[in-house]
Design a binder for this molecule. Structure first.
Ligand SMILES: [Mg+2]
Length: 325
């Protein structure tokens, strides 16, 4: 019997979460440059370098910039040696994505922060900068939903809030710069250079020969269209592409229409946005974990069920095709 596969796009087929991490690193640099005058900025610079090391060596499933600093903050609390905190944080994060950290990578992590005090005397730490932006960004979901203005607006508002905390009235030109940093998350050239996740072309090619494919993505059509163009995703989905500002079980059921729910399976990286809504709609769910930002991490965990399966890599869909829900 022909099955219908509803695919999520971001961080399922296309690595996307670190586009926001790159913008976050720029925000740290910009804020500390503006408000860190007269302070030891080595710690902030080392933390940016640490984020680069983690993402560069652990790849797309590495935690995003906020979570990297959250882990580092936990390890570094009370410590006077940022290098030790970085080595431990690296170890935890590598294991968290199923990679055994080599001695070389651990020692690079250690060397980035060695002899730097974890608790510098600055008014605001890199983690606080990103945690502020993230808190505002989640709050702004109510106002902007998944529109592309949300993330840059949250960057601007975070800059304003941090300025106020430092007792400074922000210059309008600086607020605009913060907004501009947010816009760099939507760079079509970078989308093109990076392309799809490993295993995606083969898996989609395999499924397309047997079944029906539909792409269901949440986001701003202006941004998603750039990604579709840059990755050539229409090759497999044709016009069966739905870009939604809001995705829930009712919307998925409307998209599935006349199809038997027993023959429809949703594939995605998020428990909250993909697995939970698929189950509520009565569909099967394939979960390929890559939990990204704060919004997606609010869930009750994953339990396997008759129509729910968790895979490490998308290409396992080929190997385990006959037993997929
Ligand atoms: Mg996703």
């Amino acid at each position: 019997m022909v099955k219908t596969w509803l695919f999520d796009f971001d961080d399922t087929l296309f690595p996307n979460q670190h586009d926001y991490s790159f913008a976050h690193m720029q925000l740290i640099e910009f804020v500390t440059e503006r408000f860190g005058k007269g302070q030891d900025l080595r710690s902030a610079r080392a933390q940016i370098e640490f984020i680069e090391h983690v993402i560069g060596s652990l790849g797309y499933r590495a935690p995003n910039a906020v979570n990297i600093l959250r882990t580092l903050d936990r390890m570094g609390a009370g410590s006077d040696d940022l290098g030790e905190a970085m080595r431990e944080a690296y170890r935890i994060m590598a294991l968290g994505v199923g990679q055994r950290p080599t001695d070389d990578l651990l020692s690079v992590a250690h060397s980035i922060g060695v002899e730097i005090r974890a608790r510098e005397a600055s008014a605001i730490t890199p983690y606080e900068i990103l945690a502020t932006q993230e808190r505002i960004d989640v709050k702004n979901l109510e106002r902007y939903g998944w529109h592309m203005e949300r993330f840059p607006t949250s960057m601007r508002e975070a800059f304003g809030e941090i300025a106020a905390r430092c007792g400074v009235t922000p210059l309008p030109s600086d607020l605009d710069l913060a907004y501009g940093i947010g816009l760099t998350a939507f760079d079509e050239t970078r989308y093109h250079e990076r392309g799809l996740l490993p295993g995606v072309p083969e898996t989609l090619g395999f499924l397309r020969e047997r079944d029906e494919l539909i792409l269901v993505t949440k986001g701003d059509p202006r941004v998603q269209e750039r990604k579709f163009r840059a990755t050539g995703i229409r090759r497999w989905f044709g016009d069966h592409i739905f870009t939604l500002i809001h995705k829930d079980a009712a919307v998925l059921k409307r998209i599935a229409g006349y199809r038997d729910p027993g023959c429809v399976t949703h594939v995605g990286n998020s428990i909250r946005s993909d697995v939970d809504v698929a189950c509520e709609a009565g569909f099967g769910a394939v979960y390929i974990p890559c939990e990204t930002w704060a919004y997606e991490r609010k869930h009750n965990g994953f339990t396997e069920g008759p129509r729910k399966v968790k895979l490490d890599r998308i290409s396992e869909m080929i190997e385990r095709y006959d037993s997929l829900p």
